[in-house]
Design a binder for this molecule. Structure first.
Ligand SMILES: [Zn+2]
Ligand SMILES: [Zn+2]
Length: 231
C-alpha cells in the first residue's frame, strides 16, 4: 500500500491556500497513493471534508494531526476515525495558547467543506506549542485509541532529536518518521534511534506539487496497520 501520511491542508497557516481537501486528495490519487493522512498543526478541523474528498477519489484516509508539544517537538497522532481525531482536536485547542494572531503575517487557517468552500477561519494560531508535554500528548493520543509517531526525527528543528538530543528510555514508540532516509543509518549506528522502531517517510507537503513525492510501500511491521485495517 503506497502511502503519504504527512500532508498539510489550507488549515495549516504555513500551507498554501490551494491545499484544499479536493485538491489534496486529487493530487495524491494522481501521484499514485493508496492511503494518505492529512495532518494539520494541532487541528483536525478539515478532516471531515478531506474524508469526503478521499471517498470521492477512492483513496483511503488515515485521520491524523501533527501535534506541537510543550517542548516544541512535532509528533503525528493517528486515529481510526475522523470523529476521534476531531475530539482529540478539541482537547488540543483547549491546551493551545491564545497567541495574538495576524493572518497577514502567519497565513490563513481555512476550515473548508467538501466542496472546497471556506466555512470559517480559526482565531488561535494553530502552530503554537501546547501546554502538554510529549508524555501527556502520547498518553492522551493512546487513551483515545490513537498511535503517536515522532515526526521528521532527523530534522534540524521541531524534532525529538533536535530538541532533546536523544530518545528517552521511558517513552517507547513503535514507529518513527524520517524526513531523509539517507540520514537514518548514521543515526542508527551512533545509537540515536532505537533499532526496533518501524520507519516511515512522508512528504510533509505544504504545497500541491510536493504531495506523495517518492511514494513507498508501507512497512509491514508498523502498528499503524491496526488503524488502517479499520479505515
Ligand atoms: Zn513538523
Ligand atoms: Zn508537517
Amino acid at each position: 500500500m503506497k502511502y503519504d501520511l504527512h500532508i498539510h491542508s489550507a488549515l495549516s497557516p504555513c500551507a498554501n491556500d490551494d491545499m484544499t481537501p479536493a485538491n489534496v486528495a486529487g493530487m495524491a490519487k494522481l501521484a499514485g497513493a493508496d492511503i494518505i493522512a492529512v495532518t494539520d498543526h494541532n487541528s483536525a478541523l478539515n478532516l471531515p471534508a478531506v474524508k469526503a474528498a478521499c471517498d470521492a477519489y477512492d483513496l483511503k484516509l488515515l485521520p491524523g494531526i501533527e501535534v506541537n508539544t510543550q517542548e516544541e517537538i512535532h509528533v503525528l497522532c493517528y486515529f481510526s476515525t475522523v470523529d476521534t481525531a476531531l475530539k482529540f482536536s478539541e482537547l488540543l485547542y483547549e491546551h493551545l495558547p491564545a497567541f495574538p494572531y495576524d493572518e497577514e503575517i502567519w497565513g490563513r487557517q481555512l476550515v473548508m467543506d467538501e466542496n472546497d468552500e471556506i466555512l470559517r477561519t480559526v482565531p488561535k494560531l494553530l502552530t503554537g506549542a501546547l501546554d502538554m508535554d510529549i508524555y501527556e500528548v502520547k498518553a492522551a493520543c493512546e487513551a483515545a485509541g490513537g498511535i503517536c509517531v515522532p515526526a521528521h526525527i532527523d530534522a534540524d528543528s521541531y524534532s525529538i532529536l533536535s530538541v532533546l538530543g536523544f530518545f528517552p528510555d521511558d517513552i517507547v514508540f513503535d514507529t518513527i518518521e524520517v524526513k531523509f532516509p539517507a540520514r537514518l543509518d548514521p543515526l542508527l549506528q551512533k545509537g540515536f534511534v532505537p533499532r526496533e522502531c518501524s520507519v516511515v517517510t512522508s512528504s510533509d507537503a505544504h504545497q500541491l506539487d510536493k504531495i506523495a513525492e517518492n511514494l513507498k510501500e508501507l512497512p509491514k511491521d508498523t502498528s499503524l496497520w491496526q488503524l488502517i485495517d479499520g479505515v
